[in-house]
Design a protein around this ligand. Structure first.
Ligand SMILES: [Zn+2]
Length: 457
């Protein structure tokens, strides 16, 4: 891959490192140098280097979505007859489990392309997906990988959510789908040892739906097929029903139950974790697992508030996801702050250091653990995962003020990503996708969505 120089950009390199009017030199998939204007003036840039004018915009490290559901991308605007849920379980039964049963290979692929395009437009370069399509299980994860990593060009971590809710045959198919995708992924990783790890775009986790739709027999089967070092990706205590059912049926709480099956690993992602008791939080911390917080989804489903301080205080690796509700991680972060303040009646809740840790430190660490690629900074040696935002600061921009610009400027006004690079590949340039015609994709998506909605009623 060629060398590229992105010049005339304000650069937030991560942490409190800001370079106003600087330049970034990319060597293929890697960041070679970050230069000030003065340093650039003293450099001789060979003619073969492609020069990109940043126009005074803002370059930030590519963002990470730590928990999403690409299969929900075509649900927008769908109305379902008889939809009148009175609990979280009924939201699942009346909406999401009707939608997922109607998915086939083509609508899964289209959902994934549309979801990944929207992620790219929000500056997301890595996403961690949790997938369900019970009547189109085999090959669904490879379909997602192709759509996200090959077609759109993002990094992705994929899994199939095993559940007993649709019967034993589909539960077994889910186990086989995870097993087979994980085995393909490890073969790919082994065969690419002569490439730097930065090139790695995909990995797998072992997906599980949630404790309340999983029998001991199914968890036993999963535990026996869980490869060494591979974590699970599961919803935990999203609604209060999940814990209540676990205690009533199994005589113990969810985190303890998962631990009995040896599933609490440093690469395991537990989404939500809203209704845990203190002992469960201590156990998560002792096992060093990953927790994905999804504030907008939690508010939308009215399922409860996350204990942010209790989790960060225990040094848990807590990251931020959208749970399929959009892809805008900066708006998600802003909402995380508002939700903590409102739910705790404390305007000082969720201070800047906690927010910074969630999205800009922990989410990159989650990618490092699950995908094996160290992301999250614009610094020499890091992979070239960079988003360029059309944002001109009306107040001074520095390491001390960057989070104020992110939250009170970009997150609340408009996020417009003009250029996106993933492992050095140009995904977006000047606001357009480089490798395909997005109008064609969207026209096809509208047809697929109409077909999907007819199947879901
Ligand atoms: Zn979820």
């Amino acid at each position: 891959m060629m060398k590229r120089l992105v010049e005339r950009v304000n650069i937030w390199a991560g942490g409190d490192a800001v370079v106003n009017n600087g330049a970034i030199l990319l060597d293929g998939g890697t960041i070679e140098a970050v230069l000030t204007h003065e340093e650039l003036a003293e450099c001789e840039i060979p003619a073969a280097v492609e020069r990109i004018d940043g126009g005074g915009r803002l370059a930030i490290p590519g963002l990470v979505n730590a928990h999403t559901h690409l299969y929900s991308s075509l649900a927008r605007g769908m109305s379902l007859p008889g939809f009148a849920p009175t609990s979280f379980t009924q939201i699942l039964e009346q909406l999401w489990w009707r939608l997922d049963k109607a998915l086939d290979a083509e609508s899964v692929r289209t959902s994934a392309v549309v979801g990944a395009m929207e992620a790219a437009r929000c500056g997301v370069t890595s996403l961690i997906d949790h997938h369900a399509s019970p009547y189109a299980v085999p090959g669904s994860l490879e379909g997602l990988r192709k759509a996200v990593c090959d077609d759109v060009g993002l990094r992705g971590v994929f899994c199939y959510e095993v559940s007993d809710r649709d019967g034993e045959e589909i539960a077994l198919a889910g186990i086989e789908e995870n097993r087979s995708f994980l085995s393909d992924q490890s073969l790919t990783a082994r065969s690419s040892t002569d490439h730097p790890a930065d090139d790695r775009l995909s990995a797998g986790l072992f997906g599980l739906h949630a404790s309340f739709t999983l029998s001991d027999a199914t968890l036993e089967r999963v535990a026996s097929s869980l490869p060494e070092g591979v974590g699970i990706h599961i919803h935990v205590a999203e609604g209060p029903e999940d814990e209540m059912q676990c205690v009533a049926e199994h005589g113990l709480r969810i985190v303890e139950r998962l631990d009995r099956f040896g599933m609490l690993r440093p690469t395991s992602i537990l989404a939500h974790c809203l209704h845990l008791d203190e002992a469960e939080k201590d156990l998560l911390s002792a096992r060093n697992v990953i927790v994905a917080h999804n504030p907008r989804s939690n508010m939308n489903n009215a399922v409860g508030a996350f204990d942010l301080d209790g989790s960060l205080g225990r040094n848990l690796l807590v990251g931020l996801g959208t749970d399929g509700l959009g892809a805008n991680m900066l708006a998600e972060l802003f909402t995380a702050a508002l939700f903590q303040k409102a739910s705790r009646n404390d305007p000082l809740a969720a201070p800047f250091p906690s927010l910074h840790r969630l999205l800009f430190e922990n989410n990159p660490r989650i990618v490092e653990r699950t995908l094996g690629v160290k992301v999250g900074r614009i610094s020499p040696g890091y992979p070239a995962d960079i988003a360029i935002l059309d944002y001109i600061p009306p107040t001074p921009l520095s390491g001390d003020t960057i989070l104020g610009h992110i939250l009170f400027g970009i997150a609340v006004h408009s996020l417009r990503v003009t250029d996106l690079f993933v492992a050095g590949r140009a995904v977006l340039r000047d606001g357009r996708f480089c490798d395909f015609d997005e109008d064609e994709v969207y026209a096809h998506a509208r047809e697929q969505a109409a077909r999907l909605w007819r199947g879901a009623v």
